[in-house]
Design a binder for this molecule. Structure first.
Ligand code: NAP
Ligand code: MG
Length: 481
């Protein structure tokens, strides 16, 4: 018997999107001195949501100067316990406005409301609560009894978790006494602009947080600005390398959170039903637009057939469609460019001899969509086993022994995350010691918590976000990672 789901869309009426937004500089929305604007669309419908400003050099200068002034006069000298009050206030406002923020995020990004409502927004609030708690306790964080803030932080974030990445960046920066200029991604500026409104609502002193919308060029001008003390970037390895070159020798403190190609490793003694959920959550959560996605499934050869049969059955139950529908599992691909990249890489998979499978699923006519996809007969030489696809595409490889699993898991230029599924505790520890990844999940995947540091090795970047370790990235101390 099959069940049909009636549509259950979340109401759009909870959000009020302005037709036009200025830049948020020194506590106010102002028109860009550049005179340039661009549009942001809903990737599920291609409908234009709003027109936003593109910050140019004069705007970047104004924002950095506002942040510098706020650092020197207000935020830097402020007692930690007073900074904490602002952070707690922001956290509570995020909770109060959570429905609005979730709908706005799903509209601008294309992710299912179930995820923005249950993951992105609650975690964003949690990051502010957690760091609010640290603001008056920095002397007890293990960095000496009077750790100093850095100054002005330039922060550039991607489009896959727009509000959550903003929280990962802004909460620790403010808790440690720094001021911020942040650039959201071009395709997802709206929740950052809503956050600017939240800063006003929280009475945050002007200049402590500045939001500059724009494209890659705005990001480049921001990170290269000479009056910036700290650069924090999340995005592609390619842009991360360019930023590292630009920052080299300037004395700016740098953290880079870049791409990944994580192995999700399933041993023959793993609880298979749970592992199937972990595989699905690992690669189909957020349409696979996840830097730590479990994009390479390493399954022990003896159970490959069973795992694949169960996985295909499970994928047949996923619902793709309207991101605002509470029943939707797979939303829209964030942009036409990203869709083209996914199509190109999956075509290379077929051309190189891997076998492609997707469940039958209706693709909406408008918008950008890609069905959940599994590739078998994948070798380590295939591009789909080496390159980050950043889409709902799983490459399946097999192994026979734990040593072989470690070797294959580490056979990548990246080192962000890994998953290990087995009943044996000793094997979990043995594997976790050998897999070169910043985050290793055991019998779970894609779990995040503000108390737990996140970050990578090798081409996945350096520095940690979250936890005590993440505070070190915003203080004038040796980086603990
Ligand atoms: P991207 O091109 O590197 O963009 C990331 C951000 O940098 C965007 O705001 C972008 O602006 C901006 N940017 C582009 N060129 C720049 C430059 N020269 N200088 C400064 N800023 C610049 O990455 P993407 O394609 O949007 O995002 C997907 C990638 O991000 C994936 O590779 C993924 O693995 C990685 N990612 C990593 C993490 C992590 O935590 N490690 C998290 C999420 C995503 P525009 O929006 O205008 O392009
Ligand atoms: Mg958009």
């Amino acid at each position: 018997m099959t069940f049909d789901y009636a549509p259950a869309p979340e109401s759009r009426a909870v959000v009020d999107i302005a037709p036009h937004y200025g830049l948020f500089i020194n506590g106010k929305f102002v028109e860009p001195r550049s005179g340039n604007y661009f549009k942001t669309i809903n990737p599920a419908s291609e409908e234009v949501l709003s027109e936003v400003s593109e910050a140019g050099q004069a705007d970047v200068d104004a924002a950095v100067s506002a942040a510098r002034k706020a650092f020197g006069k207000v935020w830097g000298p402020m007692e930690g316990r007073d900074r904490a009050k602002y952070l707690f206030r922001i956290a509570r406002i995020i909770q109060e406005r959570s429905r609005e923020l979730a709908v706005l995020e799903s509209l601008d990004n294309g992710k299912p409301i179930r995820e923005s409502r249950d993951v992105d927004v609650p975690l964003a609030a949690a990051h502010f609560f957690y760091h609010a708690g640290w603001a008056d306790k920095l002397a007890f964080a293990g960095f000496g009894d009077n750790p100093q803030s850095l100054g002005v932080a330039a922060q550039v974030i991607p489009w896959n978790f727009p509000l959550l990445m903003l929280a990962w960046k802004i909460a620790p920066a403010l808790a440690c006494g720094n001021t911020v200029v942040l650039k959201p991604a071009e395709t997802t500026p709206l929740t950052a602009l809503a956050f600017a409104d939240i800063c006003q609502q929280a009475d945050l002193p002007p200049g402590v947080v500045n939001i500059l919308t724009g494209a890659g060029e705005t990001g480049r001008m921001l990170v290269e600005h000479p009056d910036v003390d700290k650069v924090a970037f999340t995005g592609s390895t390619e842009v991360g390398k360019a930023i590292q070159r630009a920052v080299a020798g300037t004395g700016k403190k740098l953290t880079l959170e870049l791409g990944g190609k994580a192995a999700n490793i399933i041993f023959d003694d793993a609880p298979i039903d749970e592992a199937i959920e972990g595989i699905v959550n690992g690669i189909y959560f957020n349409q696979g637009h996840v830097c730590c996605a479990g994009s390479r499934l390493l399954v022990q050869e003896s159970i490959q057939a069973d795992v694949l049969a169960a996985l295909k059955r499970r994928l047949g139950t996923l619902r793709l469609g309207d991101p605002l529908d509470k029943n939707t599992d797979i939303g829209a691909i964030n942009s036409r460019d990203q869709l083209t990249k996914i199509e190109e890489l999956t075509e290379s998979g077929e051309a190189e001899g891997a076998q492609r499978w997707s469940p039958a699923c209706a693709i909406p006519e408008k918008g950008f969509w890609f069905p959940p996809t599994v590739f078998t007969n994948v070798t380590q030489a295939h591009r789909i086993a080496r390159e980050e696809i950043f889409g709902p595409v799983l490459s399946v490889l097999t192994f026979r022994t734990p040593d072989e699993a470690v070797e294959k898991a580490n056979n990548t230029p990246f080192g962000l995350s890994a998953g290990i599924w087995t009943e044996k505790g000793s094997r979990i520890l043995w594997m976790a010691n050998r897999v070169k990844a910043g985050v290793v999940w055991a019998n779970t995947f894609n779990r995040f918590d503000p108390t737990s540091p996140f970050g990578g090795y090798k081409e996945s970047g350096f520095g940690r976000e979250g936890g005590i370790q993440g505070l070190g990235a915003y203080l004038a101390v040796e980086d603990p990672s």
